[in-house]
Design a protein around this ligand. Sequence first.
Ligand code: SAM
Ligand code: SF4
Length: 428
Amino acid sequence: MVEIRAVADRAASAPVERVDERLARYSRPGTLSFATLPPLSLYVHLPWCLKKCPYCDFNSHEWQRRTASDADPSGSPLPEGRYLDALRADLESALPFVWGRRIHSIFIGGGTPSLFAPESIDRLLADVRARLPLEAGCEITLEANPGTFERDRFRGYRSAGVTRLSIGVQSFDDAKLQALGRVHDAAQARAAVEEARSAFDTFNIDLMYGLPGQTLDAWRADLETALAYDPPHLSAYHLTIEANTLFAKHPPRLPDDDLAAEMLDHLVQRTREVGIDRYEVSAYARPGHRCAHNLNYWQFGDYLGIGAGAHGKLTFPHRVVRQTRFRDPSRYMAEALADSALAQDVEVAREELPFEFMLNALRLPEGFELGRFSERTGLPIGAVERPLDEAERRGLLQRDLQRAWPTARGLDFLNDLQALFLPSPARR
Ligand SMILES: C[S@@+](CC[C@H](N)C(=O)[O-])C[C@H]1O[C@@H](n2cnc3c(N)ncnc32)[C@H](O)[C@@H]1O
Ligand code: SF4
């Protein structure tokens, strides 16, 4: 639930830059200067789900086999083999842009990655390892949905090299799961958590609150069920109605803002009581179990994104570049296999970098080291002196000589705090 930007696929007629042309463009001198490059993570997007949830605006697609040529030789209902071929080709095309860099973490997200067989995940990770050096202890997360696996599948993922499982539970209440249009029920949610717990040293439970018709007591009960599993990591998101979803067309009755705020207060208090600290707006972890991959996003690190619709951010000595792969899975596979998976790549304008940095870093209650701002944006800290002062004056931020961090009020009014760092004409 981290990369949330939809970009239309490149028009068929748009000119495709060759790799050497793109590399030459990235290597030109520029006004930014990076002494060191940030840690590099790898995101892999697997875009299929059994059924599209009515609130979901992620790049996820119900798989419907259309032609005999779509059939996978393994018998899987998904074109696993062809998609893995496309991911390998995508990765190979991206190598010249990350030469010499090691991979700090890997996240296999979706969609529903647990629809892919452990053998496929094994092949994917072998393909990655054969092409890119992984840092020692590299965290490798896979998103898994209850109701999409048979017993022992999770152990298969672990044998393939996955070190951390993120389970999309959402709720342990059958009625709420139904209201959310989920394919699993509470018993399957429990079975998935138990299986993850026995197969992995670290795992995450994804929950949502502010669900249709949810009371404070119902949310308390859901949270207690999750906490009873002693999860090393918990992500809890306020259900939002996203444009272009079924819920946007037919909105359900949701708890009002005051009730949702009470739910959040309860969440923050209960997690603190049991020693699972809030380290990001929606993320809670026991010591030693923070998600290294997501932290790298929030600390404005780099990431290569492969797979349909995947986003990437890469730093070069004089610029920061954002990339997007083709969004439609069929088109992505065709383009990636022809070495042209990129739908878009744009250089982030110098004046947009402060906002982009703060959009991430201010999600962390511990904020950021002032030196890291310069290290990651290539700009002097003086570039944000005025908005930092203004944020402090409004009680949204605090700082000392080393760090700046959002206050409790700043976290509550995060959009207002982040907006102070927008380039001038866009600022409210
Ligand atoms: C992209 S989903 C992938 C995980 C998996 N497919 C699933 O849904 O269980 C990641 C998480 O984002 C959260 N999420 C998705 N749509 C949301 C929405 N509209 N509002 C709040 N949270 C949402 C859910 O908690 C979900 O587990
Ligand atoms: S399972 Fe997850 S990714 Fe798939 S449609 Fe539902 S919320 Fe979206």
